[in-house]
Design a protein around this ligand. Sequence first.
Ligand code: OAD
Length: 271
Amino acid sequence: MRDEIDSREVEQAKDLLSMAGAMIILTGAGISADSGLATFRGADGLWRNYRAQELATPEAFAEDPRLVWEWYGIRREAAASCEPNMAHLALARLASERDGVTIVTQNVDGLHTRAAEMVALERSTAEAARMERPEVDGTARLPLELHGCLFRVRCTQCGERYGHREPINADSVATLPACRSCASLLRPDIVWFGESLGAAIEIAFGRAQEADLCLVVGTSAVVQPAASIAMVVRQAGGKIVEVNPEPTPLTSVAAVSLRGGAAELVPSLVS
Ligand code: OAD
């Protein structure tokens, strides 16, 4: 009986997705759980370790940049050792094939971006083979990363931001990453507690106003303002479809809420 209900709900969600014009996809740590990365609030979640949450602040960085970099170095290594899963790839394909699809993620693991790059490569290789033009370049539709990215840095002095994938040497303050322009201390380009989200959230709210549907995948939907993106879509007359093994504060307002893992469910919704 349960399977029957699930498959009917999956069909209903598929219909909503295929009928939607503009669509916003809001993701959280749960989408990367199937790639092997810890979530924040689960049983083995990162925030279960109280000290971890204390490290994600500008005050902690000012006090002990070495310790904060050491922790982000460990998280960077964990993310670098994971691969985008079927959910990241299915969403990247959807965004590259359909107009009006915006992926907005709270994740800092870079896996949506890697999936977008993989899909762009797939498409450019297929295109190049078809057109016998090996130089054809695929364009990646990159996600909006609301909370920043582990693989980007920002200069504490001149403010320059750029991609940075090298391992972190946190032996001492002197070995920490330094700015390529002014040699000052770099910091992870992450939005820490107490900091504002910048332009990405404004863009996301703008897209939410226009969207017919918000697909919410793998977020506990308790962190603002990210969680309210789905509510903006709903208040503007759009629908919410949720994928999560557990209920969340959005479940009661979702048109369909599917109980299950992202890598299993998302590809079947967007194929
Ligand atoms: P959470 O750890 O709060 O929530 C993860 C969600 O993923 C939970 O609702 C789980 O039920 C769900 N989940 C677990 N496994 C899943 C799977 N295989 N497929 C789908 N869903 C699954 O993580 P977020 O909601 O992303 O912010 O947390 C939001 C923000 O809180 C983070 O970006 C971070 C944190 O403070 C910053 O660091 C600024």
